[in-house]
Design a protein around this ligand. Structure first.
Ligand code: FES
Length: 146
């Protein structure tokens, strides 16, 4: 995948995003650390975050985000808003992320929900593992099937 590219694949009828974050995108997670509700996914239920995603970038490899593209509020599909800066429905200091159009929840580039939004949790990171540098399996990890 190219740097900055996002692919959506289907897994068990759900959209799963695979985003190859640029170094700038990874760096933006430092900026959003203080304004997201659960920075290290500590309170996000186990079913939504395997142990290897309980970190700032919510992933095994810092550059790859693998997340289910379904809002943890009422299940709408957030849209990608990767451009930084002021734009409709987003704060002026927007660092890139996702916007759920249904009730305005926003998520950063690690799928971490911002504070004081209707969505209660970060986006789900499905169990996954790398078979090689560019091959990924979703729904299964070293511990077995999801
Ligand atoms: S479904 Fe996403 S904010 Fe309500």
């Amino acid at each position: 995948m190219a740097v900055g590219e996002m692919k959506t694949v289907e897994w068990r009828g759900k959209p799963v995003w695979i985003l190859k974050r640029s170094p700038e995108m990874v760096a933006s997670l430092k900026k959003t650390d203080g304004v997201v509700a659960d920075p290290k996914s500590e309170r996000t239920p186990d079913a939504l975050t395997p142990a290897y995603a309980r970190n700032e970038h919510r992933s095994i490899k810092p550059e790859y985000l693998v997340a289910v593209g379904i809002c943890s509020h009422l299940g709408c599909s957030p849209t990608s808003k990767f451009a930084e800066g002021a734009q409709p429905n987003l704060p002026d200091d927007w660092a890139g992320g996702f916007l759920c159009p249904c009730h305005g929840s926003t998520f950063d580039l690690a799928g971490r929900v911002f504070k004081n939004k209707p969505a209660p949790d970060n986006l789900e990171v499905p169990r996954h593992m790398y078979l090689s540098d560019n091959k990924l399996i979703i729904g299964k990890d070293e511990k077995g099937e999801a």
